[in-house]
Write a protein that binds this ligand. Structure first.
Ligand code: AMP
Length: 299
């Protein structure tokens, strides 16, 4: 497995593969890998075949964090990540520094910086999706998707993938990326792979590391809320406001859980529905202690 840290080297390598007719499958991540990430690697391998190339990027992107968010303490363990990638059959790990991705930052060290200071001051070109990114995560985290679409576009220009795999765990993100690719004609096929869960239903996430003591148990309330919604609509459609009130009560019956939002919407357009029925998509964000968790599912 090759580890690449320079953009120029990654692009050179990708062009060589293109010339050799090899298909490139790409899995962008922020590292601290878990089985959910590795399932995307497996899906990418499936898509490009044995003769294809699987590239995983590990990069905690400062521009997608708000100034008061967890960028400085986001979990990192590159040595462990590289071992997991090697075992999963990744061909290349692209793990650039902040200085490489946003040269104007001036430093690759991001451990003790605030997210705001880590965001480059001279970097001035962003990709902004103007519709789907306004709701849910975008409403709670106003500059988040601008950072996501910008870094994903940069990574696509660096890795030159034929296919890229994203997790359904971040449903809105995957939907926005699909739209970006269609709107801006990136020659990349987007695959959305299912959410991997712990045995008790908690969606796997690097941020689960923050859940100490009883918070880990309380965090299963997101999954329980999705199941409760499925149960509530099993016979008849239910008005969204009634289901929201019911789920808020369920969630906040946990002592340290606070609902940020729960929404019911069309899975492709993200347009909210007034009546919740079978096959409507649900997404929610919940603070469990200080940790903000998200989950979603089709009802
Ligand atoms: P992250 O490292 O959190 O930015 O996630 C990198 C990719 O892994 C994104 O496409 C996520 O949607 C995906 N992902 C994260 N958690 C899971 C999970 N539990 N199951 C499947 N995919 C996931």
């Amino acid at each position: 497995m090759r580890i690449v840290i320079s953009i120029a080297a990654m692009q050179r390598q990708a062009r060589q593969w293109q010339r050799a007719g090899k298909r490139i499958g790409f899995v962008p991540t922020m590292g601290y890998l878990h089985a959910g990430h590795l399932s995307l690697v497996k899906r990418a391998r499936q898509a490009v075949g044995k003769s294809g190339i699987v590239v995983t990027s590990i990069y905690v992107n400062p521009t997608q964090f708000g100034p008061k968010e967890d960028f400085p303490r986001y979990p990192r363990d590159l040595r462990r990540d590289l071992k997991l990638c090697r075992e999963a059959g990744v061909d290349v790990v692209f793990t650039p520094s902040d200085k490489e991705m946003y040269p104007q930052v001036g430093s690759s060290r991001c451990d003790d910086r605030t997210a705001q200071r880590a965001v480059p001051t001279q970097f001035s070109t962003y990709i902004v999706e103007e519709k789907l990114s306004k709701v849910m995560e975008g409403a709670s985290r106003p500059t988040h998707f601008r950072g996501v679409t910008t870094v994903v576009a940069k990574l696509f220009n660096i890795v030159l993938p034929d296919v890229a795999v994203f997790g359904a765990k971040d449903w809105q993100q995957a939907t926005i990326i699909k739209h970006m690719v269609a709107d801006l004609n990136f020659p990349v096929k987007i695959i959305v792979a299912p959410t991997l869960r712990e045995r008790d239903g908690l969606a796997m996430s690097s941020r689960n590391k923050y859940l100490e003591g009883d918070l880990r148990r309380q965090a299963t309330v997101l999954w329980r809320a999705i199941q409760a919604a499925r149960f509530a609509i099993r016979k008849f459609p239910v008005p969204q406001h009634r289901l929201k009130a019911q789920l808020k009560q369920l969630i906040e019956s946990e002592p340290d859980a606070k609902l940020d939002y729960v929404e019911f919407f069309n899975s492709e357009t993200l347009v909210p529905v007034s009546t919740v029925r079978f096959q409507i998509h649900m997404a929610l964000a919940v603070f469990v202690g200080k940790t903000r968790l998200i989950d979603n599912g089709r009802l």
